[in-house]
Design a protein around this ligand. Structure first.
Ligand code: SF4
Length: 251
């Protein structure tokens, strides 16, 4: 697979209009379940969602987790997206006491030597922060796509999130790299400059690298744990549910 930025198309991908219609229908459906939030990582996918939400003036708040380890380019694109959409991003940050406790038990560099230490860092800086935010919410929206990795190949556009106990919408589940980049281009959306440097999936700075030609899109995430294969997960997204629990919206 080639880095998605390099695939930026010069014409609409086949079926693009119908996928945009389906996106609008799914976001409208999500917005009917209140309170509902978009959890943005400022990825190119999440920027598509933030733009579509703002165009439709939907009551879906945009939140983002500042792990305190994000690249400067992520903060820069966040400010650009706020200007482009007129929407405010509400930043969520880890508990200081949890950070201090974690720092007291592990040097930060332990994430490169111990999967448990890495997962604990993700728990403190991301998962616990998101769990606190989603408590009491009716639904959340994410930019997950089936094309991201083998582990995401079966995600549904809507399902019950058993981990956080609310409905989860993945309106871009069926979107291709070309769809996302075509939408970004035609709407003139800002995007993280790291995409132009070979990054295909962007998280915390110490845990993200550019991918090489032929590598999967998420191979640059926690690469030292992956043997150059599919790329891992930080714990925000569990495996998809059985099909019987899912609702697929087709427009
Ligand atoms: S991605 Fe890396 S720096 Fe960010 S929370 Fe996880 S282990 Fe920590």
């Amino acid at each position: 697979m080639t880095a998605c930025f390099a695939l930026s198309p010069d014409r609409p991908p086949f079926g693009f209009a119908s996928r945009v219609d389906a996106l609008a229908a799914l976001l409208d459906r999500a917005a009917r379940q209140q309170p509902c939030v978009l959890a943005s990582s400022l990825s190119v996918e999440d920027n598509v969602l933030m733009h579509a939400i703002s165009v439709a003036a939907l009551p879906i708040e945009v939140v983002a987790i500042d792990t305190l380890k994000l690249p400067q380019t992520t903060h820069a694109v966040a400010a650009e997206m706020e200007r482009a959409t007129g929407r405010t991003i509400r930043w969520l940050r880890p508990e200081v006491t949890a950070l201090i406790a974690h720092a007291g038990s592990h040097r930060f560099e332990a994430i490169y030597h111990s999967r448990a230490a890495r997962e604990r860092c993700c728990t403190v800086r991301k998962v616990d922060v998101l769990a606190a935010e989603l408590a009491g919410k009716a639904a959340w929206v994410t930019g997950l796509r089936r094309a991201h990795s083998e582990g995401r190949e079966t995600i549904e556009t809507e399902h019950w999130d058993t981990r956080f106990a609310l409905r989860k919408f993945n309106p871009l589940a069926a979107w291709s790299d070309e769809d996302v980049w075509w939408y970004t281009r035609v709407h003139g959306l800002p995007f993280n400059g790291l995409y132009e440097r070979g990054y295909a999936s962007i998280g915390c700075e110490p845990c993200t690298r550019a991918i090489r030609p032929g590598e999967p899109l998420r191979a640059g995430r926690w690469w030292w744990e992956q043997n150059g294969q599919q790329g891992g997960e930080c714990g925000l997204h569990l495996a998809p549910p059985p099909a019987s629990e899912s609702v697929e919206v087709v427009v």
